[in-house]
Design a protein. Structure first.
Length: 273
């Protein structure tokens, strides 16, 4: 059975794209438009809203960037409403990190604090299926470590934290952890590979505590492990910043040297004409 036609209203020219996006969000929130629905065609929607197609496209691009809709091409294409996911949160957090609004200290602090809560809840709610995923992840991480595959090892280590968050059965916690792990991946990628031989033994101890439903021991294990990693990562980041500053200073001095030499050789400086 066809759902009722959403009630779009004409918008004012000023900030029209924002108003269009607001209307679509409200229609989704009210249930008039549902995940999986296709919005009216571009021509139809522009006529209903009394706006140009360019203005409509600007609004749709904003909604697509926010993870609310997906633009599909082809005869069966159009703008489709997406089910909720963590895409917008990931994008927003990554943007803050790239702009320098999140420091490595704040990033690693947040990972410790969020993991504390996640492990407390996962200790109560994790199922046998969750434990199978945890153990498969740890086994794959061990294989990547033996192979010296830093990229795979790093990805699996981040995935482990996401699996823990999903075991809470709370999509907010899962989305926050996914976003945090995406930014952690970029941070670790910048400071470069390093050997962390204590991580896998800690993971195995954590799994034993989770299976025993020993919340106190599980939290202590994850916090101790992540605090140790935080100290190491921040030290590496500080060293990297110091090296970069030293390189910049050396480059600036090298560029300034020929200029100073030319100044000393200017006629008149030595009394010659």
């Amino acid at each position: 059975m066809n759902s009722p036609t959403p009630a779009f209203a004409a918008v004012a020219p000023a900030r029209a794209a924002d108003e269009i996006a607001r209307q679509i969000r409200e229609l989704v929130a009210s249930g008039q438009i549902k995940p999986g629905d296709r919005l009216p065609s571009e021509r139809d929607l522009a006529q209903r809203l009394h706006v140009s197609r360019n203005t409509l496209r600007e609004a749709l691009r904003a909604l697509e960037h926010a993870g609310m809709i997906e633009m599909r091409k082809g005869a069966a294409g159009g703008a489709f409403v997406l089910p909720g996911d963590s895409g917008a949160i990931v994008t927003g957090l990554k943007d803050l990190y790239h702009l320098g609004a999140i420091t490595p200290q704040q990033l690693t602090d947040a990972r410790i604090w969020l993991s504390d809560v996640v492990v407390r809840v996962a200790c109560q709610r994790a199922t046998e299926e969750d434990f199978e995923q945890f153990e498969a992840n740890v086994a794959a991480s061990a294989q990547a470590q033996r192979a010296g595959d830093f990229g795979t090892r790093q990805r699996l280590n981040r995935e482990f934290h996401v699996l823990l968050a999903r075991a809470t059965r709370n999509p907010i916690m899962a989305s926050m952890m996914e976003a945090l792990m995406e930014v952690m991946g970029e941070f670790i990628g910048r400071i470069g590979p390093s050997d962390n031989p204590l991580v896998l033994p800690s993971r195995r101890r954590l799994l034993r505590h989770l299976r025993a439903r020993d919340e106190k021991a599980a939290v202590a294990e994850i916090v101790t492990s992540l605090t140790r990693l935080q100290d190491k990562y921040l030290a590496l980041a500080d060293r990297q910043r110091a090296q970069a500053a030293s390189t910049r200073d050396a480059t600036a001095a090298a560029l300034a040297a020929p200029t100073a030499k030319r100044v000393r050789q200017v006629p008149g400086g030595s009394g010659r004409r």
